[in-house]
Write a protein that binds this ligand. Structure first.
Ligand SMILES: [Zn+2]
Length: 471
């Protein structure tokens, strides 16, 4: 079996990946808070862990990998949008409006990430569907002396967990100095974090031993990963911005609730995204969503290619120049891969990905295969990297674009011929199409062109541009 080696943030070493159960490889990745369209930076962990998911499926078998990515649908920004809509006269209870806003955003998220070629995770749990598990876990932490109740809140006591901070390698003093810690008089230690907080009557809330309220964000992942993957699983992933405090807090909660279990064995973090060499931010005016790029006509495969060209543990710089180059390369590769059936998976490509997801090396291998004209190998490699499914994407399909253009020309010629009763142009065009290997079907409904035996898009492109040139 292929040996996969991955950098473990926790041990700060590249380790040979050895799943707890090779028949049930389990991965958890922190997912989106669904309050608005995903920005380009949000797409990076999605693509990085999609590549890992595909590699694991390739090595261990599709049925033997479970990928959980949560959906945070409890959030002040979701509530704020719902409240604004309610104030503007929207129908329904606030609870419904909150649910609708989350549904709407999840739908956008799926559309946008699908366009980037990311497979849907095996399970996408919504926080609101797992409140019971969170309450049970918080109760357990209180009983074990790791959490305490104060002024309507339940807080995790970081002093009760000696290993707090080991993932990011910080001391509690450093963390207090470096973090924007929410100061609250009822906290025993400024680093203590919220497990449960009270809800006002007009905000979503659930009954609990501590009154009506809602869970803090960190407990979501500890509770849902426990419920869906068990107390010990293989890989936990997310952006490097989540390492502290979110992942430190997840570890503290899970380790204290299940002291004899491993929780996540291997931690992986992707670096952040920049745009044209600068941090993406609203104030710099270089902040944009995945949808905005797609709507500008940048194909999802091109976005994915640009992301894959930088290793996930390095900051990635999105530039328009890289997108142009990626598009040209992909067009070339799709032309070579063409209608070839996927051949054997190229070993060098799997080896590159197995070396801590060396996607840059994997793309270099595709360059090599394209250079050798190995259509079947290229086709298999494109599929593993999520750059090509069953067929060439429409935007890059020279044949389909040429057919569409030729059909338009033939339709125009036919309209003119009906007026002049001179069908010479139509006949000439039909002959040229037949010569290019195109079957022409004409009916009252219109013109239909189908690629037939010996179809050659290059011959179609060689047809005269302007119908008047056919005279
Ligand atoms: Zn999380």
């Amino acid at each position: 079996m292929t040996e996969i080696r991955l950098w473990n943030t926790k041990t700060k070493a590249k380790e040979v990946f050895s799943p707890i159960d090779p028949d049930d490889v389990r991965m958890y990745v922190c997912g989106p808070t669904v309050y608005d369209r995903a920005h380009l930076g949000n797409a990076r962990p999605v693509i990085v862990f999609d590549v890992l998911f595909r590699l694991l499926r390739h090595v261990y078998g599709e049925e033997n990998v479970t990928y959980v990515r949560n959906i945070t649908d409890i959030d002040d920004k979701i509530n704020a949008t719902a409240q604004k809509r309610k104030a503007a006269g929207a129908e329904g209870t606030l609870e419904h409006l909150i649910h609708d806003r989350a549904d709407e955003t999840i739908h956008w998220y799926h559309q946008d990430m699908d366009a980037l070629g990311a497979l849907r995770p095996t399970i996408e749990p919504r926080a609101t569907q797992h409140i019971g598990t969170m309450i049970a876990m918080i109760q357990d932490l209180v009983e074990k002396g790791h959490a305490y109740f104060a002024e309507g809140h339940v807080l995790f006591a970081v002093d009760s967990y000696a290993d707090y901070g080991t993932l990011s390698g910080r001391t509690v003093e450093d963390m207090i100095a470096g973090a924007r810690v929410e100061v609250a008089p009822f906290k025993r230690n400024p680093m203590d974090f919220v497990l449960w907080k009270p809800s006002d009557a007009d905000l979503p809330g659930w009954d609990s031993p501590w009154g009506r309220g809602r869970p803090g964000w960190h407990i979501e992942c500890s509770a849902m990963s426990y419920e869906l993957l068990g107390p010990a699983f293989d890989i936990h992933g997310g952006g490097i911005d989540l390492q502290f405090p979110h992942h430190e807090n997840e570890i503290a909660q899970s380790a204290c609730a299940h002291p004899s279990e491993d929780f996540a064995r291997l931690w992986m973090h992707n670096e952040m995204l920049q745009v044209e060499g600068r941090k993406m931010s609203k104030s710099l005016g270089n902040f944009f969503t995945v949808r905005a790029l797609l709507d500008q006509g940048v194909p999802g495969e091109v976005i994915r290619f640009v992301f894959l060209s930088t290793h996930y543990r390095k900051p990635m710089d999105w530039t328009a120049e890289k997108a142009r180059e990626a598009e040209a390369t992909l067009r070339k590769w799709y032309r070579i891969a063409g209608a070839a059936k996927p051949g054997d998976m190229p070993n060098a490509l799997v080896a590159a990905l197995s070396d801590d997801l060396n996607t840059h090396g994997a793309l270099a291998e595709l360059h090599r295969l394209a250079g050798e004209g190995d259509a079947a190998g290229l086709r298999a490699g494109l599929a593993l990297l999520g750059l090509m499914d069953d067929r060439i994407p429409l935007w890059a399909d020279a044949g389909s674009a040429a057919l569409t253009a030729a059909a338009e020309r033939l339709t125009d010629a036919r309209e003119q011929a009906k007026a002049t009763m001179n069908f010479a142009e139509v006949d000439r065009l039909k002959a040229a199409l037949a010569e290019a290997g195109v079957e022409v079907r004409m009916s009252r409904e219109g013109v239909e062109l189908l690629p037939a035996e010996g179809f050659d898009p290059a011959k179609l492109e060689a047809l005269p541009e302007d119908p008047t040139e056919w005279h």
